[in-house]
Design a protein around this ligand. Structure first.
Ligand code: URA
Length: 514
């Protein structure tokens, strides 16, 4: 029997090294016992120690920062490459990159059998190279379930960690206590670094603590809930925020409890609001419904749900713009719906010869539920009028239907949608294009161009000329109105605006509208 002792529960690098040697020596899975060294953080190679909250962190030792987190994110074809390099006669075989990705997630699962399961899959992969694609295989099914549970746990952590100001700290420092369902703390730390780069913070969990001092990420042993500070003014802020994003029309208490399981409530200041929000929701929902022009029919709703809930569902296209509208309202094809007030579908003439595609709704569009009604919309309307194109004879929409943003204080700051979000939302844009059948499609800015052209299409090099689109319509790329608003130099702004008007005029002419 071989006993492997890993440095920690999530020591992927250690597992990888051990698995590689065991595999090369031909040690069968049933002959291996996988264990974990419990004393990691008292050993001399501990990555660092969480400073007492509010105290200045100790200077890092070279190479220590964020070690656990970064070892989790490094990817590679280690097994194939390394066994070949060994050259010691051990048989070489490659491991699909998808196995490594899976293994990095599975190792974060709390189940004690995960390490053995991964080695068993690795062992079998040599003889069964297609194993990784077999969802019915019990080992693969178990590993995939574990990976899903880990991914859900990371998602909950990102959504429910709430920082509190640490009273009496030497400098402004925040801390949060969180109990993740799986060991996702280190792997999720990068998200918080990106999100709260300019804050000093510590996240304490029973498994590990991660601390960021605006420069370095430090990882240390798990903490006790008593170490986390409690009440402060931040909580009121969170409550206000939560109350303002709460969309009563979406209220489904069962789903809400699934999304925000009760076990997380005690760490969430805004959870105190839930009972009251549920009580007043009916009234608020009624007001929203009254403001909605019409309720979609059952048929449309059913079709919309089918299109909206399953990103892999490609069968059947929406039969009408009403299905698109209802589908966008309940869309879950990507995660952007979570922070947005509502989805914003395109609007305009049913068979408009000219379609405009923007990037995504902005703050005001998100509240109004209509595209281009905020500051960018005003520039757009002015330029359209100067180009002699009547907006009500066109169709105006966006590449992405939900407002992607981040909160800075009370302000919601626009964030550019990523390629995955653009691809997920292209389903709706394609449906709008198939239904409206415009002769000309104008792409306002780079995101619209990426979505319509299916590849990055620089605006400067392509504007002003008609491009042939696969559906026989003509495409034109031009500036996004927000780009014009942001140009700091008055002359450059005037020049770009004149070109924008010229592009809209050309679009109107090609579509027979100007
Ligand atoms: N910017 C866009 O791209 N679309 C809108 O609807 C508003 C602002």
């Amino acid at each position: 029997m071989r006993v492997v002792r890993l440095a920690s529960e999530i020591d992927f690098a250690g597992w990888r090294t051990a698995a590689r040697s065991l595999r090369a020596e031909g040690v069968e899975p049933q002959a291996v016992v996988w264990t974990v060294e419990r004393e990691l953080f008292s050993l001399e190679n501990a990555p660092s120690v969480t400073p007492p909250i509010g105290a200045a962190p100790p200077p890092p030792q070279a190479g220590q920062e964020g070690e656990a987190a970064s070892s989790l994110v490094k990817r590679g074809r280690w097994l194939a490459a390394d066994t070949q390099r060994d050259g010691g006669g051990a048989p070489t075989f490659s491991v699909p990159a998808s196995f490594l990705e899976l293994a990095e997630q599975v190792i974060q699962h709390r189940s004690p059998d995960r390490l053995a399961l991964l080695y068993r899959i690795l062992w079998r992969l040599e003889r069964e190279p297609r194993l990784i694609d077999n969802p019915a295989d019990p080992d693969m099914a178990r590993a995939r379930d574990m990976a899903k549970a880990v991914s859900r746990s990371a998602h909950k952590m990102k959504a429910f960690v709430r920082f509190r100001l640490v009273e009496g700290a030497a400098s402004e420092t925040y801390a949060a206590w969180f109990e993740p369902a799986h060991r996702v703390t280190e792997a999720t730390a990068g998200f918080f670094v990106r999100r709260f780069t300019n804050m000093d913070w510590t996240i304490l969990t029973p498994d590990a603590c991660v601390a960021w001092d605006r420069e370095r990420l430090m990882v240390s042993e798990g903490a006790d809930p008593a170490d986390a500070p409690s009440e402060d003014a931040q909580e009121e802020l969170w409550r206000t925020y939560y109350a303002s994003i709460f969309n009563p029309a979406r209220l489904n208490p069962k789903q809400m409890r699934q999304e925000m399981p009760k076990r997380y409530w005690r760490n969430l200041p805004e959870a105190a609001l839930i009972p009251e929000l549920i009580e007043t929701a009916q009234e608020r929902a009624a007001a929203m419904v009254a403001a909605t022009p019409r309720q979609p029919s059952d048929r449309v709703l059913k079709a919309a749900l089918r299109h909206a809930r399953d990103a892999s569902y490609e069968g059947g296209i929406p039969a009408g713009l009403d299905e698109v509208e209802a589908g966008v309202a309940v869309c879950r094809r990507c995660d952007l719906w979570r922070d947005a007030t509502q989805g914003v579908p395109g609007e305009g003439m049913r068979h408009a010869p000219l379609m405009f595609v923007g990037e995504q709704p902005g703050d005001q569009e998100d509240l109004a539920g209509r595209p281009f009604v905020g500051p960018a919309g005003q520039v757009f309307d002015k330029a359209l009028a100067e180009a002699g194109v009547a907006r009500d004879r066109t169709f105006v929409t966006n590449a992405v239907k939900h407002f992607k943003h981040e909160l800075r204080g009370k302000r919601r700051i626009h964030k550019t949608p990523d390629r995955g979000e653009v691809t997920a939302c292209r389903w709706w844009l394609d449906a709008e294009r198939r239904l409206v059948k415009p002769r000309v499609v104008v792409m306002l800015g780079a995101t619209a161009a990426l979505s319509v052209m299916g590849k990055p299409t620089p605006i400067g090099a392509n504007r002003g000329k008609a491009l042939q689109l696969p559906d026989q319509s003509q495409g034109l790329v031009t500036y996004h109105p927000s780009f014009l608003l942001r140009l700091p130099d008055a002359d450059a702004k005037a020049r770009a605006y004149a070109e924008f008007v010229q592009d809209l005029r050309l679009a109107g002419e090609l579509a027979g509208l100007a």
